[in-house]
Design a protein around this ligand. Sequence first.
Ligand SMILES: [Zn+2]
Length: 270
Amino acid sequence: MAVTHNGVAYRVADAHAHIYPGKIAEKATASVGRFYDIEMDEIGLPHILHEEGTEAGIERFLVCSVATKVEQVASINQFIAEKCAKYPAFLGLGAWHQDVTDVSGELDRVQALGLRGIKLHPDFQKFNIDDENMLEVYAECTRRGLIVLFHTGDDRMDFSSPRRLAKVLEKQPDFLCIAAHLGGYREWVDARAVLQGTNVYIDTSSSLWACSVEEARRNIAHFGVDKTLFGTDFPMWTPKEELARFFSMGYGEEDNRKMLYDNFARLFGI
Ligand SMILES: [Zn+2]
């Protein structure tokens, strides 16, 4: 399985995909669309991601879901783990919430389910990335080799700003995380001005439609081609659309291989 572009076949992993349980998928997808005022291309159902991604040539998918209430964490994590068992192409991130009190117990459960880290969306969840209470979570994730995927950046609010993530990195320079959306959605200039770290990755999801190729390339150069992961933000976009946008940045074969698959494979040890 591969994606072919200009006669070259690439292995591809999608480092940013959302899935929801059947009974809430339609509502959940629509509410994300309203939040960003973007029409969603798909409904976030696991089988649709798997079918369309596979058809586009994508072989691995990092799947996640966000908990807006602490009570949802356990059931979402169960759901993600079940879908990872059903679809071996999936790798799962757990949901998390800032009100979790038993941090190490909950992370034990995340790991027992075979999940590879946690996904946080500070703007939906309404906490600041650099909230004092979250520092223990980050440190414990790094210690366990769990990856924290942040939605990063929104020029309409401040919870997820690259500056706040930079403050965490001042305290925890080895923090292993992915700052989604090229380091900060609509805050790309800020992201490259303030954010850096040896273990900071970025993904290309949901950004390439909104920023110029030059802007995208500046952020990728700042964080490094070795730290950049291809992602779709499904169901926001279809795998095919995001792949076309990715290739429109015009990188060469070696860089494409890193961003489309090799960095992901190294980071997740697959
Ligand atoms: Zn996301």
